[in-house]
Design a protein around this ligand. Sequence first.
Ligand SMILES: [Zn+2]
Length: 76
Amino acid sequence: MENKTFNILRKCLFCGCELKGAPQKQYASGDMIKCKQCEEMNDYNSLQEVALEKGKGEVLQYAKVEISKMLKKAFK
Ligand SMILES: [Zn+2]
């Protein structure tokens, strides 16, 4: 679960490229992750927020598809 979450987090907020931090490193709130592409410092908290928003959107999309499937079945 933790690994999965972190995979979503690892996108640079500035250039959108994948953040290649140390794979074994456990990032915590307040940490800064430097992007090797544009050399901007990504704030871990912001990355987490973005990932959370993205996650919510994906869950919502999934729910919509499932609900429409259910409705189609119900009205057959
Ligand atoms: Zn970058």
